[in-house]
Design a protein around this ligand. Sequence first.
Ligand code: FRU
Length: 469
Amino acid sequence: MSALTNDLKKLTEAAENTAAGEAGFRQKFHLMPPVGWLNDPNGLCQMNGVFHAFFQYSPFNPEGGVKLWGHYISRNMTEWEYRGAVLYPDQPFDCSGVYSGCAYIEDGEMYLYYTGNVKLEDREDYDYINTGREANTVLVTSTDGEHFSRKRLLMRNSDYPSDLTMHVRDPKVWKKDGIYYMLQGARTKKNAGQGIIFQSEDKLNWTFRSRVETEEPFGYMWECPDYFESDGMKVFSTSVQGLEGEEWKDRNVYQSGYFLVDGDILGEYSLSEYYLWDYGFDYYAPQSFETEDGRRIQIGWMGMPDCEEYTNLTIKEGWQHCFTFPREVFVKDGRVCQRPVRELDEKKHLAETASGHLDRDGDQTYEADITGICGNAFRAVLGEELILEYRDGRFEMRFKSRAKDSVSAGRGLRYKEMSELTDVKILADISSVEVFLNGGEYVFTTRYYPKKQGICVDAHDAEIRFWEI
Ligand code: FRU
């Protein structure tokens, strides 16, 4: 280990030793950074029965800073053990941050592909789009997620198509018919977001193969692209920056969603409209993986970059952000749906059933299932300030106050038009709420900072089941 890596490791451990403990708004069953800042999920996988979740980690600053990879493991996706920071920005090709990437598993070996971020020194003529930065594709391998091979630089900007800016990142790798494919997100010189596909026969030497693009430009940058097939549907997911116009004006600053692919993503294809993964305030940069029992699991960052509208009251506790609870992605009646992973069933016990009305005080971590909703009659209030309600042909998630020091920490209203509401599943942790509608067809996720915990539901004759977690 080099002196730089060694010192970064020691500094990280020292920062972690100052962590405030599990009080305040710390979550119970969502992954958080031990201290400091967390963003994207990275290297999600299951190997020899063990789940690995790496994350973008800035231990030295709860408002973000240089990025490392932190590492959690689990046997059930409900309880996670922190195993330390594992990848540090310690090479010339990743010195400004070990950016996002994936895990590809083969023959008991984990291949971690990531973006080595390099930001050159401030100079007036750098725009940091076409000049002043590098995005390198890097590989490290491991058999346990804890000990790593040396880092190998596989590609640099000059290896990418020449019509791209310096913004190319977040590799995701899969194998099909004996060939390896790597998808990366990119911004073209004409400011269009795209997916770029490379191919390889040996996982080391990669050549450009093709692009994933819309007919008309759709945002200026596509981050964290992902591609998978689920129940016969082909899903191309990406987090898009720069969407403008009426449709996006009441939404988050950046979006995470997917296109359905008709045809061959590597050849002739057409893309559907763009569907959002989540209609709430806090959801970005999701990544998926396949479990050993064949399920497609997706985890997102429960946060939003570059967001001035709202904040997180955990910053003064010395940490910020968490992951969403892992979700199974599945297809129902031709629609891509999401639900909390079934492993959660082992963690919850039925505390109350009710018809039409439920009032609970003090519960902090729970699941509330409301089924058989009639006439779209549904309203719930969480922590006295967060309202979930169907009205005027749409489902709303809204806060009573959008003051920065209130329960919302600045969040206001998000909504999605829908003609019918049949059921609602609310998954609440200490400072987050994930709401699954109509069997998981639509999801709303938000952080919140309740002063008084509890939930009150009104839904005519609907059946309500309340589970403690
Ligand atoms: C998405 C993202 C990625 C990048 C990483 C850096 O949130 O911007 O594109 O690799 O975060 O932390």
